[in-house]
Design a protein around this ligand. Structure first.
Ligand code: FES
Ligand SMILES: [Fe+2]
Length: 399
């Protein structure tokens, strides 16, 4: 009611729309391929149903089917791999990886159109992906998972991989890509980590964040909003991130960090998720780190583990916030926040039919978020917090 506008009695109004059970169109990572290669069926809850993943005994192909058998609903995840098919535990119907019923041992003939739901899969970076599309179309040829050469190279560590179920809608995770201020308050513990450079670029299937903390590199040829191709030892910053969503759920973050000041580290962090339902997603956190040629295997592993653990804990700090926060469809933003509404507009393309994708969802959009005002404020807040902690430590020591 317009006569209530500016009324002191007016309350802040948080809009929360009903969550749709429609899940994003795109490639979704189910985990490292090897975890499914043990000859057994694996059940996963995803896309509001259950899936079964199994490896064909002869084909060695990883297949993904709806877990529920169309005969009488037996759960194929409780079944057995027989040859290249999965046998239902209930009446032994055999299902091939492409969804066709391959055999019914006790029947005279297989009903000619007997099929179950199968998913298109691909493997990349030693990970398994399924293609999900509510319209049932295959992936366009140019919608692919980017190949990370480090995942196949002896010059990099093997994947350090952990998985976490998170009880909220996946939009919370995606929102994080533009949230510049939380780096200081959440990941920097209110004592550091403020971004000295922060820029987002959205276009087509991709949404990117370029981020730096610490001193700025001042070569004239240095481009902050592009893939850095130089020696990471030449970077002046304490950390630099080039982070891109390839579609709705596969985030690749190339991180160049120098936490100790004399040992720059290059790591790829994967944050990949798939929805379980509208209020839950499974988050994979994976890391590979470029090895140092002058260190032995043990030292390289320890060095990578240290950096990876810091980054993994960082993601869990976000998870802790999501556990207690509200979903907000109309966030109230200030001039020093990143372009959240534009990011959500980009994300929306994956939840509508292809024919309904609007140009503003996929057109190029770029915005640098200016942190020059925030940085001295963060420095001040950090100094106060550090002083406060020192006082408390002294008091505890004297107690
Ligand atoms: S329910 Fe699967 S074979 Fe009968
Ligand atoms: Fe975060």
């Amino acid at each position: 009611m317009s006569n209530l506008v500016n009324s002191p009695a007016e309350k802040a109004h948080i809009i929360v729309s009903d969550l749709s059970e429609r899940f994003a169109r795109g490639w979704h990572c189910l985990g490292l391929s090897d975890q499914f290669r043990d000859g057994k069926p694996h059940t996963l809850e995803a896309f509001g149903t259950q899936l079964v993943v199994f490896e064909g005994e002869h084909s060695k192909k990883l297949n993904v089917l709806n877990a529920f058998c169309p005969h009488l609903g037996g759960n194929l995840g409780e079944g057995t791999v027989k040859g290249d098919n999965i046998a239902c535990p209930f009446h032994d119907w055999r299902w091939a990886g492409d969804g066709k019923c391959a055999a019914i041992p006790y029947a005279k003939r297989v009903p000619p159109r007997a099929r179950t739901q199968s998913f298109i899969t691909c493997e990349e970076n030693k990970q398994l992906f399924v293609w999900h599309d509510p319209e049932g179309n295959p992936p366009p040829t140019d919608v692919i998972i980017p190949r990370l050469e480090g995942a196949f190279s002896d010059g990099w560590t093997d994947w350090s991989w952990t998985t976490e179920a998170v009880n909220t809608n996946s939009r919370e995770l995606v929102d994080n890509l533009v949230d510049v201020a939380h780096f200081f308050y959440i990941h920097g513990y209110g004592k550091g980590g403020g971004s000295t450079y922060f820029k987002n670029v959205f276009e087509g299937n991709f949404a990117t964040q370029y981020l730096e903390t610490g001193p700025q590199t001042e070569h004239s040829s240095y481009q902050k909003d592009a893939t850095y191709t130089g020696d990471i030892g030449d970077l002046a910053c304490m950390s630099r991130g080039e982070t891109t969503y390839h579609g709705p759920s596969y985030l690749v973050s190339r991180l160049m960090v120098n936490f100790t000041g004399d040992d720059p580290v290059e790591t790829y962090e994967i944050l990949a998720h798939y929805p379980v339902n509208a209020n839950k997603f499974v988050l994979h956190m994976g890391f590979i780190t470029r090895k140092r040629a002058d260190l032995d295997a043990e030292k390289n592993a320890a060095r990578a583990a240290m950096v990876n653990e810091i980054l993994r804990i960082g993601t869990l700090q976000d998870v802790a916030i999501w556990k207690t926060k509200a979903r907000i469809d109309n966030p109230l933003l200030c001039d020093s926040d990143g372009p959240l509404y534009q990011l959500r507009r980009w994300y929306q393309q994956f939840f509508v039919d292809v024919a309904e994708i609007k140009p503003e969802m996929i057109n190029r959009f770029e915005a640098e978020t200016d942190t020059r005002h925030a940085l001295p404020v963060w420095d001040q807040q950090a100094a106060e917090k550090i002083a406060q902690e020192a006082r408390e430590a002294a008091e505890n020591a004297n107690a």
